[in-house]
Each structure stands twice: as structure tokens, then as C-alpha cells.
Design a protein around this ligand. Structure first.
Ligand code: CA
Length: 237
């Protein structure tokens, strides 16, 4: 069965271009032009991925994302019209998993869609394993007072469970697997977000800030996830 994508975009020409290109990639695509219909479609069709414009008739993309987040964990890729940092940060905070700034190339969009759907499949496979539908595995990574249960997506600090968003989990897992090494923002963008282009490091910084608030004794003076000026971040064990 092909994966299903919901496109919410009121600009007709762009919506139709997106539908055309994604159907050509073999996906099943629903095209919707306003926020209320988007909620209806997502509830009815259970898409595997949602492409969500921000400025929409009836209710905007932020409100759509906020509402859907309470009901389902379908990944959301926000399409922002302006090169506006605030839009992006708000988008991430209301529950979007990623965003693209218009105009974008179809090639870039399809690469991003593929990367996001690949992660959905991996998570589903892990859940299947946990539910006994495959071979049981249980990988624990330990670093100082932090323990990461890779298969259950749980981080423990001094034995206490720390709630993580999916992207925070991916980020901390990456650091656990590359301890003591300087990792550039571009490397993180490419590895975790699947972005083909580089230079938009704000996303990484926002997630690092959130992680620090969860793992550092003093987030304003990080000792575990340290900034290496001009180079990136290093995870200290
Ligand atoms: Ca719009």
C-alpha cells in the first residue's frame, strides 16, 4: 500500500504542482485548500505525512498543527511563505516536525518527504519489534548520569525519566553515538532533518536549547552539550 500524504495549501497552482509531483513519486495524495477541511481530511484519511501551509483560509496552519498534535502523531512539514524565523520557531513549538521556506525546489521537497517517511517507517518497525512482532532488542546507551533507552525512546537522568519530543530523541541519540566529537550544525541538519542544503542552523540551535533545559544542571552554563565556537556542538561524557 502506498504512503498517503495530505497537502494543505490554498494557492491552487502550488497545490496542484505538489500533488502532481508526489503522485508521480508513487504516493497517494489528498489536496486540501483550507484549515477546517484539513482537519476533516486528516481525521478521515490518517495520512502518513502532512504538508501544511501557514497562511490558510478559515484557520491557519499553526492552529491546524496544534489541533492535530493532540489527536495524532503524524509528522508535519510546514511550508512557510516568508523567510521568517518567528514563523519557523512557532511552527516547531506548535508541533511541526520540520519546515520549508517558499520558494523551494521540487527536488528538495521530495528529498525531505522521503526522509521524513523513512523515519516514520523506522519508528513503526521499532514499535512492531516492541510488540513482539519481531526479534526483541533492548539497547541502552549510558553517558554519566544519563541513560538512553534507544528502543523505548526514553531518556533517564539520575534515574528519572525525561520526556523527549521525537526530534529531541533523535538529536540526543546522535550525540550519544558520537561522544566527545565536534559535530557541525550542517552535519546535524543533514543527518537528522535530511536537508540537502545547508546554512539554516537555527533549527538545530532551538533543539539543542530544549535538550539543554532537560539534561543540564544549569542550562545557561552547559557542561554536557557544549558549544564549540565556529564549529558546532560536542557531547561530553
Ligand atoms: Ca497560503
Amino acid at each position: 500500500m502506498s504512503e498517503r500524504i495530505l497537502i494543505v495549501e490554498d494557492e491552487k497552482a502550488l497545490r496542484e504542482t505538489l500533488i502532481y509531483n508526489l503522485e508521480r513519486e508513487g504516493y497517494t495524495v489528498d489536496g486540501i485548500a483550507d484549515g477546517i477541511s484539513a482537519l476533516d481530511s486528516a481525521r478521515k484519511n490518517h495520512p502518513d505525512l502532512i504538508l501544511l501551509d501557514i497562511m490558510l483560509p478559515r484557520i491557519d496552519g499553526f492552529e491546524v498543527a496544534r489541533t492535530l498534535r493532540k489527536e495524532m502523531n503524524t509528522p508535519i512539514l510546514m511550508l512557510t511563505a516568508r523567510n521568517d524565523e518567528i514563523d519557523r520557531v512557532v511552527g516547531l513549538e506548535v508541533g511541526a516536525d520540520d519546515y520549508m521556506t517558499k520558494p523551494f525546489s521540487m527536488r528538495e521537497l521530495i528529498a525531505r518527504v522521503r526522509a521524513m517517511l523513512r523515519r516514520v517507517r523506522l519508528i513503526r518497525e521499532e514499535l512492531a519489534v516492541e510488540n513482539g512482532e519481531g526479534e526483541e532488542k533492548h539497547e541502552l546507551l549510558v553517558s554519566g548520569n544519563l541513560t538512553l533507552d534507544v528502543d523505548r525512546h526514553v531518556l533517564m537522568k539520575d534515574g528519572q525519566v525525561i520526556e523527549l519530543k521525537p526530534k529531541e530523541f533523535e538529536l540526543i541519540e546522535y550525540f550519544f553515538r558520537h561522544p566527545g566529537r565536534v559535530v557541525s550544525r550542517d552535519t546535524l541538519l543533514q543527518s537528522l532533518w535530511g536537508w540537502e542544503y545547508t546554512g539554516d542552523s537555527r533549527t538545530v540551535d532551538v533543539h539543542v536549547r530544549w535538550l539543554r533545559e532537560k539534561i543540564e544542571q544549569d542550562p545557561s552554563n552547559p557542561q554536557r552539550l557544549v558549544t564549540v565556537r565556529g564549529a558546532g556542538y560536542r557531547f561530553e561524557s
